[in-house]
Design a protein around this ligand. Structure first.
Ligand code: FMN
Length: 138
């Protein structure tokens, strides 16, 4: 649970001594809230391969779970990262499919920008107890 409470979105990274892939820069032209990719040394794109689905449609549950797990592991390994939403925004989905040459059956759900953190953020309590319902809603 510590990882869940302590993790924050990190959008500034130490400069990578290795030249960055131009690909990350190109993503900023597709995704309107991804400017941190101009200086991030790496990003992970989480995709669902619809041709491999055992239970059709369940990728929209599986991929966010994977994204959250990766997000926690990025923080757990001492890196900073931020989740960038892709699905259900069609322009981002189509743009990334085109840019990365994904087949139509491979649907991007999210991106995770990551790198060595160049900013520090304190944990934030975002638990909204009034929104919790027990047994019934309303
Ligand atoms: C589904 C989802 C999509 C997100 N998309 C973006 C995004 O496109 N760009 C961005 O800068 N942050 C994005 N974020 C990060 C949120 O802005 C961030 O989690 C929120 O500001 C809370 O800050 P914290 O993660 O530091 O607690 C996304 C987060 C989630 C869960």
């Amino acid at each position: 649970m510590d990882a869940i409470y302590a993790r924050r979105s990190i959008r500034r990274y130490e400069r990578d001594p290795v030249p960055r892939e131009q690909l990350l820069e190109k993503i900023t032209e597709i995704h309107p809230f991804s400017s941190m990719l101009k200086q991030a040394p790496a990003a992970i794109m989480v995709c669902g391969d619809l041709s491999l689905e055992k239970y059709p449609g369940s990728w929209v549950q599986d991929c966010p779970a994977a994204t959250q797990n990766i997000r926690l592991e990025i923080a757990g390994q001492g890196y900073g990262g931020v989740w960038l939403g892709v699905n259900p925004f069609e322009d981002r989905v189509k743009g990334l499919q085109r840019l990365c040459g994904l087949p139509a059956s491979v649907a991007p759900l999210s991106l995770l920008a990551m790198g060595k953190p160049a900013e520090k953020k304190e944990p934030k309590d975002v638990f909204l107890e009034p929104r919790v319902r027990f047994n019934r809603c309303g």
